[in-house]
Design a binder for this molecule. Structure first.
Ligand code: IVH
Length: 675
């Protein structure tokens, strides 16, 4: 076979593979790509094409294996050569100080112990084995002794190196058993569940279940489509390498091509560990992935060896868990709320319970199918969860606490607010009130219109909107601009001063960007992100109103459902009249003008860390629509680095290169003055 291989072709394929491995490393491990995604994709396509035409040249370590292998009938299992242990838990500072004292006693030393502290990823533990630098086997943790073989699935994860990097004359170990945690980011999880719902599939309960389910697929082509990521945190057997500390080991692993969590705090005292815990638990909500605590590890490897392990867990490490974001409580009642689009959402009223420091007395049950699936009944004891700043939800019923007195809930056949009929369309999870004049829909629509992402009218709160609608003073959001001083003043708890302030806020809101306007008018499927894309592409309301389904669908990032919804919205005379009334009352839509003429024209931005009021893609969208560019790499050409919470290494680089560092608020100021 070898004799028939064209050496030029082979060289070409090998060069492509090498290059793709390198760019993978830059992107996933260093978070510092050198080439654009498009260029990467072109190289990958070229490689896949060559390998398909010449199957005799395919290789198990080719970057193209990321697309998945043929399906399996069942998982094989394999024994871990060193067991994958668990960790002991600490629940308070005193447990951690006890741990530190125990270690000192065991090592018979009075000196301070140096630790490395790591976020404890809430994902799935795996072990991956490399022989002579090549990935040969990957397994789940299983019961700690024996795990399932998931090699093809692991290979689909882009941040897992298929071959180890050779650098600085460092010897490639003949055996490396590396361990890490596979996870799905919160953003990836949201997208995955959105796609599943759209495809009528059951959504995953949480990112960890989604990661576990994705890893345990017999068909790795399915796994390849899931947004799996990994951070590595330790090793089993490792030959040919001598390092003195855990932190040195992690640095070496990074050089070899493994992705290491940038938040790890190396070489700190036990007091600093406690400070870091506080810092991390406060920033936990801003991270784009779930962590459930911190792992504290003795840094010195010779000390680790002396400390050893019990049959269950090592003596040199402990998990310091965060406060639970789940609690149990009782469902007192289930009521139905009617939203802006008429969707009936069942909400559980709970016996108040403190979850992660916040009192929770209501939790969403999403829709009829969810209630059925979880079989939540009035009177049930349930597990509730609060994650980030999202609405608390019921995770599951604690069936063992059932008494038989619980009452089943049925979705009402009439809208609980206006008593009109409700419908549930084929293929939709939501039940909707069909009356577009339903006061609940009107109130929610007005609140949305006046919210921060829309007209941002200060002082037009929920209670006031509710009263104004009930009194017939607001029938549509266009009426906001026709409210009189007398009308506002006649509302409960409204003095002359607050009425005056509200009128000023309404006046001020009349200058609005096109994208905020589009968001405010409440077209179905047009959230802040889609509104941004539309504003960028169509620039003016007239152009968008004249656009056809095809015109809208042709825009990158928009699909047929959005296109259909927009065209329908503008076809309805009632909607066009409402818009005319808004514009007649003096509202001015400020278009940003073509991309290239924005205030930020030619300016290059790099984003690092977690932004609080916008996602990264929203920030990128906004910068680009003001004429700026967003790059992933900090270089001398960078004009500004926008640093959010827990910024990465890009911030250090920016400091070194003397590049101006701004925060999110400063970025927003630049954007609003750029419009
Ligand atoms: S070290 C001997 N480091 O936590 C065990 N584990 O309860 C050494 N985990 O199964 C584990 N993040 O899946 C370690 N930074 C981290 C971790 C981590 C998450 C998980 C891991 C392990 C479990 C232990």
């Amino acid at each position: 076979m070898q004799g028939t291989v064209d050496p030029v072709l082979l060289k070409k394929i090998e060069a492509l593979r090498k290059s793709l491995h390198y760019h993978n490393y830059r992107y996933y491990v260093l978070d510092d790509p050198e080439i654009s995604d498009a260029e990467y994709d072109r190289m990958m396509q070229e490689l896949i094409q060559l390998e398909t035409s010449y199957p005799e040249l395919s290789s198990p370590d080719s970057p193209s294996v990321r697309v998945g292998a043929p399906p399996l009938d069942k998982f094989e299992t394999a024994v871990h050569s060193l067991p994958m242990l668990s960790l002991d838990n600490a629940f308070g500072n005193s447990d951690v100080l006890d741990f530190d004292r125990r270690i000192k006693r065991f090592l018979n030393t009075g000196e301070n112990i140096i630790y490395t502290a790591e976020p404890k990823m809430d994902g799935v533990a795996v072990e991956i084995i490399y022989k002579n630098g090549k990935l040969v086997l990957a397994t789940t943790r299983g019961d700690g002794i024996r795990g399932e073989v998931i090699t093809s699935n692991i290979k689909t994860i882009r941040s897992v190196p298929l071959v180890l990097r050779e650098e600085k004359n460092e010897k490639i170990p003949s055996l490396l058993e590396i361990r890490g945690e596979v996870f799905i980011s919160l953003d990836g999880f949201k997208r995955l569940n959105r796609d599943r719902l759209a495809g009528n599939l059951m959504p995953f309960a949480n990112p960890r279940n989604a990661a576990a389910g994705s890893l345990r697929q017999l068909d790795s082509k399915v796994t390849a489509k899931r947004p799996l990521e990994i951070f590595f945190y330790g090793v089993g057997n490792l030959t040919d390498v001598e390092v003195p500390s855990h932190w040195d080991l992690l640095c070496l692993l990074k050089e070899m091509g493994f992705r290491i969590n940038p938040l790890i705090r190396p070489k700190i005292t036990i007091e600093e560990v406690l400070d870091f815990y506080k810092e991390l638990s406060e920033k936990r909500n801003q991270l784009d992935y779930d962590i459930d605590g911190m792992v504290i590890k003795v840094d010195d490897l010779s000390m680790q060896k002396r400390l050893g392990a019990t049959s269950r867990s090592p003596r040199w490490a402990i998990a310091y868990k965060f406060e639970a974001l789940q609690e149990t409580t009782r469902v007192l009642n289930i009521e139905v709320q009617v939203g802006r689009t008429g969707t009936l959402t069942p909400v559980a009223h709970l016996a108040p319970v403190i979850v992660g420091g916040v009192t929770v007395s209501r939790a969403t049950l999403h829709n009829e199918d969810e209630i059925e699936r979880k079989d939540v009944r009035i009177g049930d004891s349930v597990l509730v969860q609060r994650a980030g700043d999202v609405i608390p939800e019921v995770v599951k019923v604690i069936e063992s606490k059932r008494t038989g007195k619980e009452k089943k809930f049925t979705m009402p056949h009439r809208c609980p607010v206006c008593n009109s009929g409700v419908v549930r369309l084929e293929g939709e999870a939501a039940t909707r009130c069909i009356n577009t004049n339903c006061p609940a829909q009107i109130k929610e629509g007005i609140k949305h219109f006046a919210s921060k992402g829309g007209f941002d009218i200060d002082g037009l709160g929920d209670k006031l909107v509710s009263q104004l609608v009930d009194k017939g003073l607001l029938v549509s959001y266009a009426d906001i601009f026709h409210l009189s001083m007398e009308a506002i003043e006649s509302m409960e708890r409204m003095g002359a001063k607050s009425a005056e302030n509200l009128l000023l806020a309404i006046e001020k809101s009349k200058k609005i960007s096109f994208e905020k306007f589009l968001y405010a008018i409440g077209i179905r499927y047009v959230g802040e992100h889609v509104a941004g894309i539309l504003a960028n592409e169509f620039q003016t309301l007239d152009r968008l109103m004249q656009a056809s389904r095809e015109d809208i669908e042709a825009v990158e990032g928009l699909g047929p459902v959005v296109a259909e919804s927009i065209v329908r919205f503008f076809q309805q005379k009632e909607n066009r009249d409402t818009i005319d009334r808004i514009l007649d009352s003096g509202v001015k839509i400020i278009s940003k003008g073509p991309r290239k003429s924005g205030k930020l024209r030619g300016k290059i931005f790099v984003l690092t860390g977690t932004l609080e009021t916008m996602t990264r893609s929203e920030a990128k969208e906004m910068i680009e629509s003001s004429g700026g560019k967003v790059s992933t790499t900090v270089s001398r050409n960078t004009d500004y680095v926008v640093a959010g919470g827990l910024p990465g290494s890009k911030l250090d680089r920016a400091k070194n290169l003397n590049i101006e560092i701004i925060d999110e608020a400063a970025l927003k100021r630049m954007l609003s003055s750029g419009q």
